[in-house]
Design a protein around this ligand. Structure first.
Ligand code: G1P
Ligand code: MG
Length: 216
């Protein structure tokens, strides 16, 4: 039986993955780089600085900016993103998430958040769901981001379950790879058939049978 659950945030709990896409696209346009939803898939799950570096590489501008200039670009993206977040309400929580985390709480299954985002705590507070999570891994405390397993192994350790007793939920390819490398059962949340290697793939939490998942 599984004993703990670890959730990515953007694109798993709340539909903010789309806002990240819009904000990165807005920033990229200012430096004459254009990218589409397909390229955006490669930005999911990775840190702010890694996302920027990927965009610069994609636009053939990897060596055009100093670290100070990159910081200005990242702040600009984040300011725009945070502005988009101001409109966020409980309606942005993805289908089936709320009943699912309520059921986990009722069954004494500890839940953790393992997100690369430095905005995670603020979003959970804004949505009034922070108390469902006993742990929010601080991305500042990590030495490597997804697809490295560190964030998920840290989360499992903090909720006191072994990797084989944990279930992880992800919407990004980098996250699925991190879960698999951590030896944690990986559930891919995606309406498309794009998450390679997920142990289970579902459109949304409404499609998951809680009891059945625990016995996987
Ligand atoms: C960061 C990145 C973003 C990525 C997200 C993953 O968020 O900016 O590209 O998709 O993590 O959840 P941030 O710390 O900027 O909120
Ligand atoms: Mg995500």
């Amino acid at each position: 039986m599984k004993k703990g659950m670890i959730f990515d945030l953007d694109g798993v709990i709340v539909d903010t993955a789309f806002y990240h896409f819009k904000a990165w696209q807005y920033l990229a346009k200012q430096i004459d780089i254009d990218f589409d939803a397909k390229f955006n898939e490669t930005l999911k799950g990775i840190s702010r600085v890694e996302s920027l570096e990927k965009i610069l590489l994609y636009g053939d501008k990897a060596d055009d900016f100093s670290m100070a200039e990159k910081n200005i670009l990242m702040n600009r993206k984040n300011d725009y993103y945070v502005q988009l977040l101001s409109k966020l309400t409980e309606k942005n929580i993805l289908p089936g998430v709320l009943p699912f985390i309520k059921q986990a709480k009722k069954n004494n299954i500890p839940c953790a958040i393992a997100s690369a985002s430095k905005n995670a705590t603020m979003i959970l507070e804004q949505l009034n769901i922070k108390d469902y999570f006993v742990v929010i891994v601080d991305p500042h405390s990590l030495s490597k981001g997804k697809p490295d397993p560190e964030i998920f192994l840290t989360a499992a350790n903090l909720i006191d379950v072994s990797p084989s007793e944990a279930i992880g939920f992800e919407d990004s390819q980098a996250g699925i790879e991190a879960l698999n490398r951590a030896n944690i059962f990986s559930v891919g949340i995606s309406a498309q058939d794009n998450l390679v290697g997920a142990d289970l793939r579902v459109d949304c939490f409404e499609k998951i049978n809680f009891e059945q998942l625990l016995s996987m």
